[in-house]
Design a protein around this ligand. Structure first.
Ligand code: 5CA
Ligand code: ZN
Length: 412
């Protein structure tokens, strides 16, 4: 798929800091130890609706990972998918009497615009599920031949399922108990009650065509892919295994990342799928979880349409830590707008206090599991001094502006 346009990333003075990041599998903040090319996969949108602030927060967190790696001199091979065929997309298209293909294309186009406006650096490869169907078919075929997958005992619809015990390591990524796996699987797109499976936790790989549903011809039979296998195949075929970071929101820790890892590990006989599984917290509105049923979604495109500076959205979301479940309020936006105005005034001054130490602290905090609240506070400290006209370094405002641009992605 076509991706979106990158923004320039200025060079930052001083010494970069290697990134340490939280990993759900081990529960620890650990160094990311990429080779010269750092490899990241972040789960993309299911394009049945516009991008809300929760989605944006997740992509902004991984945009920081991207920027810190660039600062450290790595090339970054970043892959992101688009789930452009799945039940939620078909259900929304049916509800709105829309064509599912048109709906997906329209919302994906809007997502690109939102990402570009937010100055999120684009992935090197932006890959749709539909365009990946041939490679998904190949992977499912291999899992079937190795015995890691099987046909449901259902003569009418012999769908292909993954035997979740195939790797012998199932559960290592999310560390959920058997009971909670069962509940989360049912809640998040799984089908524990499906008859014909060997075990309730076995996950769908290939769904045989049902009347009225889109489907593709294949040696598996006419059908369409399950969800997790899409990310397994797309990541495995482009990044290899293991790659550095598998990212997404915390709602993906189980089942999605557990299964996408298990599928690729069963396929390759190697593990782990990713060295870090990193999850952003859920963003809500005024203390309530953002959800379609509550109708309290705040869309990035709506904010942009009401002339909200996308850089204030960045700063508003960076004011709290990416791993925390957090809430967006009117106050979040007001404070971010005030902060942005102060920063921009200070960056435009003819001189300011020496910025070396502030840039070092910015790097220290960001490389410590993306500690944006402390990173913003470090910049606030320099800005306050600069606005009091303390400091005479004529290079400092431009140096600070470049660091904020490169590392936080906030345009001066
Ligand atoms: N297409 C799948 C991933 S393969 C999917 O989860 N799509 S999504 O559109 O539902 O979500 C896109 C990304 O935003 C995912 O990484 C998801 O974890 C994240 N996300 C969804 N809701 C929120 C939220 N309220 N707060 C933070 N991140 C969220
Ligand atoms: Zn995914």
């Amino acid at each position: 798929m076509q991706t979106w346009a990158p923004t320039d990333v200025p060079r930052v003075d001083g010494k970069p800091r290697p990134l340490r990041l939280h990993d759900t599998a081990t529960g620890q903040v650990r160094p990311t130890a990429p080779g010269s090319t750092a490899r990241m996969y972040v789960c993309g949108i299911t394009p049945y609706d516009a991008t809300h602030l929760g989605h944006a927060a997740t992509y902004l967190a991984f945009d920081l990972v991207h920027r810190i790696w660039l600062d450290n001199g790595h090339a970054v091979h970043y892959v992101q998918n688009v789930t452009d065929i799945d039940d939620p997309l078909l259900e929304r298209a049916e509800r709105d009497k829309d064509d599912w293909v048109v709906l997906g294309l329209r919302e994906t186009a809007l997502f690109r615009e939102d990402m570009e406006a937010l100055r999120v650096l684009p992935p090197r490869e932006f890959v749709g599920a539909v365009e990946s169907i041939p490679e998904i078919i190949e992977v499912v075929g291999k899992l079937l031949s190795s015995g890691a997958a099987y046909r449901a005992d259902d003569p009418e619809y012999p769908d292909v399922y993954f035997d979740h015990t195939a790797t012998g390591h199932f559960g290592y990524e999310s560390n959920e108990s058997a009971e909670s796996m069962r509940a989360l699987f049912a809640e998040r797109g799984g089908d524990p009650e499906r008859t014909g499976k060997r075990h309730p936790l076995d996950a769908l790989l290939w769904r045989m065509a049902r009347p009225g549903e889109p489907s593709w011809e294949s040696e598996l039979g006419q059908g369409r892919p399950g969800w997790h296998i899409e990310c397994s195949a797309i990541a495995y075929n482009r990044l290899g295994i293991p790659f550095d970071v598998q990212g997404g929101g915390s709602d993906l820790a189980f089942p999605h990342h557990e299964y996408s890892a298990a599928h690729a590990e069963a396929l390759s006989g190697q593990r782990p799928f990713a060295r870090h599984y990193t999850h952003a917290g859920m963003v809500g509105l005024n203390g309530e979880k953002m959800s379609k049923s509550k109708g309290n979604l705040v869309f990035v495109s709506k904010l942009r349409a009401s002339e909200v500076d996308p850089m204030a959205i960045r700063l508003g979301l960076f004011a709290t830590h990416y791993r925390a479940d957090r809430s967006w309020t009117g106050q979040t936006l007001e404070e971010a707008l005030r902060r942005l105005a102060r920063w921009r005034t200070a960056f435009a001054l003819p001189a300011g206090p020496d910025g070396t130490d502030t840039i070092a602290r910015l790097r220290d905090h960001l490389s410590d599991d993306l500690d944006t609240p402390r990173a913003l506070a470090a910049i606030d400290g320099w800005v306050a001094e600069a606005l009091e006209r303390r400091g005479t370094d004529p290079q400092a405002p431009a140096g600070l502006a470049a660091a904020v641009d490169a590392l936080l992605g906030v345009a001066p």
